[in-house]
Design a protein around this ligand. Structure first.
Ligand SMILES: NC(=O)c1ccc[n+]([C@@H]2O[C@H](COP(=O)([O-])OP(=O)(O)OC[C@H]3O[C@@H](n4cnc5c(N)ncnc54)[C@H](OP(=O)(O)O)[C@@H]3O)[C@@H](O)[C@H]2O)c1
Length: 430
């Protein structure tokens, strides 16, 4: 690459403006460190009439080809979002030999194989650090520092909005709806929070992380996800009383050589490293027998934080040759996806039942018929009803699924039983 490296940018919104500012303010430092002078070139937007602090107005364009078909552009930064037409544009750029840096998790979680194939064809690079956990350099750590660490599990709080809501529910006893409104008022949640609270955002990030960690191709369609929108304040409170903290977790692990990736609420023992991650912060806990545990923590969103990860990817491209060993982590080792139900887990089970003699014995016997054993029981009478809360011993999830079907059929069971994963073996101390 020549001494002057020209950037073309698709998108000039929150992140794009942050990128332009960082490049302008750190140009000298970057030139001293890399020998390359980075210059901002054309920036594609939809509405050219809007003011965009940090971006030179003369570089604004509404013509995609001013970026994509421009022979003066050396690296393309994609910060416009969306799957179409972004996918087609990036494939075109990568195939023609232009390296791309993107922050677009939804695109990568769906179309990484096609984009990587286009990069291979064009001898270009695709970098996407900003697509997961903003400024936390988790992808770089996985694909460079821990390339040979044989990662066995990736467990993460990868959505700041839901972590903020759960933290408020636990700290101030707020109901879910109230905590969500507060998060929206403070700008931690979008007006339409579905992607965040329904677990789709975390599932996209876990698809990307597990693809790198396990050298395989995981799509968002391979990641079953349950969000926090069905979670009840009562369960968060009871879990807290029992010594657990409720989190929305992304859990990816290798099970007998197959890959299992899921997103769901989980009870985390109070002294587990992830229990201490509060507010809108993100954290990713990486485990392998070689490195034991490594946890990366930091802000998981924000225009400047995300822009910083984008600029760092540009520097990585300057510092590495296409086709170098760094491509190795993106090789597809062809691992299969694990079958649902083939995993072990401990569980929190809450059942509201009619307060009649012998109910606890009947529930216990249904669980025991399916081979599920109980670690802890809490029973509370509430008038005509009773509430049974149990922590179930770690065991095959398929047995718990079978027991749930039988429990729903008991005449004494009043509402849908609540089942939440518990991290570890069910003890409140990790
Ligand atoms: N903001 C964050 O904290 C954050 C964190 C992590 C990842 N990301 C990712 O970063 C990307 C950018 O996010 P953002 O917050 O900067 O979004 P944003 O503020 O909405 O900016 C998007 C920009 O792209 C332009 N754009 C969108 N579609 C276009 C199209 N079809 N043709 C031309 N221009 C188009 C928009 O133009 P107009 O301005 O004219 O509408 C705007 O300038 C997304 O993929 C997002 O998921 C963001």
């Amino acid at each position: 690459m020549s001494d002057i490296v020209r950037i073309g940018m698709l998108g000039g919104g929150t992140v794009g403006q942050g990128v332009a500012r960082i490049i302008r303010d750190t140009a000298h430092t970057i030139e001293r460190a890399t020998g390359h002078r980075i210059e901002m070139g054309p920036v594609l937007v939809r509405d050219a009439s809007l003011g965009r602090p940090g971006i030179d107005p003369s570089s604004i364009t509404t013509d995609p080809q001013a970026v994509l078909g421009n022979p003066d552009v050396d690296i393309i930064i994609e910060v416009m979002g969306g799957v179409d037409p972004t996918r087609e544009w990036l494939v075109q750029a990568l195939r023609s030999g232009t390296s791309v840096v993107t922050a677009n998790k939804q695109l990568l979680a769906r179309h990484a194989p096609e984009l990587l194939a286009a990069a291979e064809e064009g001898g270009s690079e695709l970098r996407f650090e900003a697509s997961v956990c903003a400024a936390i350099p988790v992808i770089k750590v996985l694909r460079e520092s821990l390339l040979a660490a044989e990662i066995e599990s990736v467990m993460g709080i990868v959505n700041g909005t839901t972590n903020y809501i759960l933290t408020e529910m636990r700290k101030s006893g707020m109901a879910y709806a109230e905590a969500l409104t507060q998060a929206q008022d403070l700008g931690y949640a979008e007006a339409d929070p579905t992607e965040d609270v329904g677990g789709g955002d975390a599932a996209a990030k876990m698809a990307i992380l597990s693809s790198i960690a396990f050298h395989t191709r995981v799509s968002i369609d391979d990641v079953p996800h349950v969000g926090i929108d069905q979670l009840q304040g009562d369960d968060v409170d009871i879990a807290h009383e029992l010594g657990f903290v409720t989190k929305l977790l992304g859990v990816a692990r290798l099970v007998d050589g197959a890959v299992s990736v899921r997103v769901h609420p989980a009870l985390v023992p109070g002294d587990h490293p992830l229990a201490a991650i509060n507010g809108a912060d993100n954290a990713v806990l990486l485990e392998s027998s070689i490195v034991r545990q490594i946890m990366l923590v930091g802000p998981g969103a924000g225009g400047t934080e995300t822009a910083s990860a984008v600029v760092s990817d540009v520097l990585s491209i300057l510092g590495s040759n296409p086709g170098s060993f760094l491509g190795g982590a993106l090789v597809d080792a062809g691992r299969p996806m694990a079958q649902d139900g083939s995993l072990d887990s401990a569980f929190y089970l809450r059942i509201d039942v009619a307060d009649k003699p012998g109910v606890l014995a009947r529930v216990s016997s249904v669980l025991s018929d399916s081979g599920v054993s109980i670690l802890t029981v809490l029973q509370r009478g509430e008038g005509e009803a009773a509430r049974l809360v149990m922590i179930l011993h770690r065991g095959p999830e398929s047995r718990v699924t079978e027991a749930m079907a039988a429990l729903r059929a008991l005449p004494e069971v009043r509402d849908e039983p609540v089942l939440i994963h518990v991290v570890g073996d069910g003890q409140a101390s990790a």
